[in-house]
Design a protein around this ligand. Sequence first.
Ligand code: S3P
Length: 176
Amino acid sequence: MDGRPHVALIGMMGSGKSTVGFWLARMDGLRFVDLDSAIEEHQGRSVVEIFETSGETHFRDVEQELLAGCLASPQPLVLSCGGGVVLRAENRAVLRARAWVCWLRAGIETLSRRVRSGANRPLLGKDPAGDLIEINRARAGLYAETAHEVIDVDSMNTSQVAERIKLIRPRPIPYQ
Ligand code: S3P
């Protein structure tokens, strides 16, 4: 597939990347990697604990290292990325180069409903909806410049989004 074997899902927390990625990988018989889970496994602690005890910069360093590692895999995979993966230029570049990148774009109402209280989301404080608005405002341009395609997910459930991606994504080269 023109040198970009992987499918990477990006977008705000609550946009459905992990669930959609899981189903898409299952439908296509591809390996699925949830980058946050990979970070937790690598660090032996939760994302919240990493933020609390080592800080966001450390989290972003690990995220960058593991993202590059996943995308270097010769085996095509479906990768669901944490919402902040686009913050670093190096991540945006490697995603564009090595993956077909799809932005799951959701409105604030959808995101707020899905993240609810903001538990397990270290970047959300006492006003999750207000924080989501701010974060989304800061990142929308980065998602747009990183993505090859955008899907507006507000009126779709996760299996509809997975079906849609299956329809529009370039076909992968079978793994040799
Ligand atoms: C983050 C999103 C989270 C996780 C971390 C930081 C962000 O992932 O990586 O809490 O910066 O938006 P999800 O988008 O899967 O919730």
